[in-house]
Each structure stands twice: as structure tokens, then as C-alpha cells.
Design a protein around this ligand. Structure first.
Ligand SMILES: Cc1cc2nc3c(=O)[nH]c(=O)nc-3n(C[C@H](O)[C@H](O)[C@H](O)COP(=O)(O)OP(=O)(O)OC[C@H]3O[C@@H](n4cnc5c(N)ncnc54)[C@H](O)[C@@H]3O)c2cc1C
Length: 417
């Protein structure tokens, strides 16, 4: 079985590894350098308990309110593209309590094997910086704490992990240097965090060891040739394959447009900074809840990441927006001084209007499997997606828990015209 994977992020690499492990002959084509996009520029959290879909009750109203604030953590930059407006409208329709709960259930079921699959990767020889110290969400307002307790209770009642609510003094024991304005926290003890660049690098090494071939700097898209075969072409490159896997992140829609599909996908732009280590080894990752900033204490640096911006496939760095992350940290940590010369990075998350990924074969093209739309969970859901992609390529029946992630759920608007 010859398989071409388009995109070498967490999803494409986990898919390539699962396919090669089952004996497929795999080529991975990436428009840039494999493993260096959003999949290495993120907070690195492996967090099944944060399975809540992005479209949640109240989210759209909040982002509209914040629209005029140039350093807000959540914003929509309106685009004249009709697909953008249709996406936003659809997302709005998914912000009801019942749709939120159904998305949460589906994502929790998808996440059920997450920790086990990460353990399997490590057992099979992958080496990457991986921390099992859990994470703590920090709160400055009672309203925000109460609403997160409600959400975590919902997760627990649906079969998720238990959590612990900490008073101010207990939070101070867990994280050094916290500001007096923190009034409490929530600990998720089982959650993990890793160095995402080390994770993608270890996936590339493992793939290469199994004979996977990488083609860098080659942007491709799919179309059908005169005899009806699917071909990938671009930058002077052309290939056929027994099966294609489209894992091109926020660009996946472009890659399948030539086959007649309109994927309901938009980019959710995030920013981050790597600053000198702020915490002793063993410190939990923390979430600055009101500011929506993730703080990841890696061995060599501390990573601050956040912001969700809808504004198309735009990878430019807007300094004011990015700096909002550094500024907000001062509200949570005593004596915080934003490091001079910290360089912002950005990453585009692949977002769907219902907050759930698209995983499965294209309805009219059974030899093309799409795996994208992982939003804020593309590291967390990498291994399980790789497993499902391998199942799709080798023609195994779709397991029940994966059924809600088919493209067909979007009806005719996404399907072949
Ligand atoms: C600030 C921030 C924080 C985050 N924190 C977390 C977190 O803590 N935990 C978590 O689980 N997730 C997190 N995420 C989300 C996660 O990073 C994404 O969901 C994930 O990177 C998506 O992976 P992907 O492989 O689908 O896409 P990408 O990582 O974007 O990879 C897609 C690849 O496809 C290539 N490509 C694009 N178009 C083409 C083409 N036409 N031909 C060939 N190649 C192409 C690109 O070059 C790229 O390498 C975060 C994201 C951001 C931005």
C-alpha cells in the first residue's frame, strides 16, 4: 500500500507513523519544514479533561465584545469572504448548551485512549520531554472560577477525571511567585504537558526509522487526472498513490478544493513566547484563566501561549495582540517583568464550526482520508487520530466513537458539488 500524507504536523506525522507501523510505504509531503508549524508552536498540553469544544454558550458574544480591543485574547477579524461569514454563523449555531454538551461527549470519547496511546509511543522508543505533574487553572475572579467549576463538573459527570478546587493559600504552595490577586485554582492532576517541538522531532525520527520518506518545501493539492485517478501536484511535484491522507492543518481546505469539496475550516490564530525559566523543576503547568494564557514550564524555558483570532490564513505577527500575553502575566505573577527582546511566534489552529475534528474518507473519494480541524487539541488528539487514519486507509470499519467526526455531518455544503 503506497500512501502519501500531505502535511507534517502532529496529525500528519502521527498518521504516517501509524501507517508505516502497519507496513504501508509512506511519503510525507510538506510545504515547509516538517514538524515546525503550529504543531511545534503551541502550549504542548495533553489534556483530555479540556475536551470542551470552542463553540460554547456565550463565546461568540464575548469575542464580539472584545473585537475592538487590540490586545484581547479572543477576536474575530471580519473578512469579506462569504465562506468566513457562513463559518461564523454556523459556529454561532453551535454555541447552544445542547450542542456544546454533545460536542463535549464526542471529544471526551475520542480522548479516552489518549494517555494510553502516548504511553505506547514512549514504550515504542519515542523520546521527548514529557511532564506528568498535572496542571492548575488560576483564577482572579469568582465568576470565572465558578464557571470553570461548572464546566469541570460537567466533564467529570460525563465520565472524565475528578479535579480539586484549591483555596488561595493552596495555590500559592503549588506555583511560586503568584500575585495576591489570585483567589483560587482548579487542579487537574492527571493532565500532562510536553515539549511539542521535541514531540514532532521524535515522530519524524520514528517515521524515518520505519522508512517513511519526507519531501520538504512542496505545497501540493489534490485533483483528478483524465482517467479519474487522484493525483497530488504542486511545485513541479506530481504523484499518485493508493491512498492520500490530507493533514494540512488550517490549509487542508485548499488541498482538497480541486476534488470539489469545501471544507468548513477556518484558521484560529494563536501567539506565544518562550521566556527564561520561571519555575523550579516539577512545577505544574498553569492556565491564567481570565487572560486565556497557558504557561508551560519546560526544562530550558517557560512557554506562554494563548489568543484565538479568526481572520483567515494570516500568519503575520501583530505585536500588540501578541504582547497582550506578556502584559496579562503581570496580573497573575508578583514581580513579573516582561523579558526584553522576547520574540513572539504564531500558529494557526485548524478550526471547524462545531469545534470537532474532521476524520475519515471523503464521501466520493474513498482513497482520500482527511484528518484536520483539531482546534486546541491537535497535540492531545494526534495519536488517536493517527490510529483512526490507519483504520480508514486499511479499510477497517469506523469505530462508533469516531462516527461523529465524519465530514458528512456538515451535509451538502461540504460535499462534492
Ligand atoms: C497558541 C497555541 C497553543 C496551542 N496549545 C495546544 C495544546 O496545549 N495542546 C494541544 O493539544 N493543542 C494545542 N494547540 C493546537 C495544536 O497546535 C494544533 O491543533 C495542531 O498543531 C494541528 O496540527 P495539524 O497537524 O493539523 O496542523 P499543523 O501543525 O498546522 O501542520 C500542518 C502542516 O501541513 C503543511 N501544509 C499546509 N498546506 C500544505 C500543502 N498544501 N501541501 C503540503 N503541506 C502543507 C504545513 O506546512 C504544516 O507543516 C495550540 C495551538 C496554538 C496556536
Amino acid at each position: 500500500m503506497r500512501v502519501t500524507v500531505i502535511g507534517a504536523g502532529s496529525i500528519g506525522l502521527c498518521s504516517a507513523l501509524a501507517l508505516a507501523a502497519e507496513g504501508a510505504s509512506v511519503q510525507v509531503v510538506d510545504s515547509g519544514v516538517p514538524g515546525t508549524g503550529a504543531s511545534s508552536h503551541n502550549a504542548g498540553w495533553v489534556v483530555p479533561s479540556m475536551s470542551a469544544p470552542v463553540p460554547a454558550p456565550g463565546v461568540m458574544a464575548k469575542s464580539l465584545r472584545w473585537m475592538l480591543k487590540p490586545d484581547s485574547p479572543l477576536y474575530i477579524h471580519p473578512s469579506p469572504n462569504p465562506q468566513f461569514a457562513a463559518f461564523m454563523l454556523r459556529m454561532l449555531r453551535n454555541c447552544t448548551p445542547s450542542r456544546f454538551e454533545s460536542g463535549l461527549k464526542n471529544l471526551m470519547a475520542l480522548n479516552e485512549r489518549t494517555f494510553g496511546l502516548f504511553d505506547e509511543l514512549e514504550r515504542s522508543g519515542l523520546r521527548f520531554e514529557n511532564h506528568r505533574s498535572g496542571l492548575v487553572q488560576l483564577f482572579r475572579t469568582q465568576k470565572s472560577l465558578d464557571s470553570h467549576i461548572d464546566e469541570m463538573t460537567q466533564v467529570r459527570d460525563l465520565g472524565g477525571d475528578d479535579f480539586e478546587v484549591l483555596a488561595r493559600e493552596q495555590v500559592g504552595d503549588a506555583i511560586a511567585g503568584l500575585s495576591d490577586s489570585i483567589l483560587g485554582g482548579i487542579v487537574c492532576p492527571r493532565e500532562r504537558f510536553l515539549d511539542p517541538a521535541a514531540f514532532t522531532a521524535s515522530l519524524i525520527t520514528a517515521c524515518t526509522d520505519l522508512g517513511v520518506e519526507f519531501v520538504d518545501g512542496t505545497e501540493v493539492s489534490l485533483s483528478q487526472d483524465g482517467s479519474g485517478r487522484v493525483v497530488a501536484t504542486g511545485n513541479g511535484y506530481t504523484t499518485t498513490a493508493d491512498h492520500f491522507v490530507v493533514a494540512a492543518g488550517a490549509w487542508s481546505g485548499k488541498a482538497v478544493r480541486g476534488l470539489g469539496y469545501t471544507l468548513p475550516l477556518q484558521a484560529g490564530k494563536g501567539y506565544g513566547f518562550d521566556v527564561p525559566s520561571m519555575f523550579p523543576p516539577g512545577t505544574r503547568a498553569s492556565y491564567l484563566s481570565e487572560a486565556k494564557v497557558a504557561v508551560t514550564p519546560l526544562a530550558a524555558s517557560t512557554r506562554l501561549a494563548g489568543t484565538m483570532g479568526f481572520g483567515g490564513l494570516d500568519e503575520r505577527i501583530h505585536a500588540r495582540r501578541a504582547n497582550g500575553i506578556l502584559t496579562s502575566a503581570a496580573d497573575y505573577f508578583d514581580n513579573w517583568v516582561a523579558p526584553t527582546g522576547a520574540v513572539a511566534w504564531t500558529g494557526l489552529r485548524p478550526m471547524t464550526p462545531d469545534g470537532m475534528p474532521i476524520i475519515g474518507a471523503l464521501p466520493a473519494h474513498p482513497t482520500v482520508t482527511v484528518a484536520t480541524g483539531h482546534a486546541m487539541l491537535g497535540i492531545t488528539l494526534g495519536p488517536v487520530t493517527g490510529d483512526l487514519v490507519a483504520g480508514s486507509v486499511f479499510g477497517r470499519p469506523v469505530p462508533g466513537y469516531a462516527d461523529p467526526f465524519r465530514l458528512e455531518r456538515f451535509g451538502r455544503s461540504a460535499l462534492r458539488r
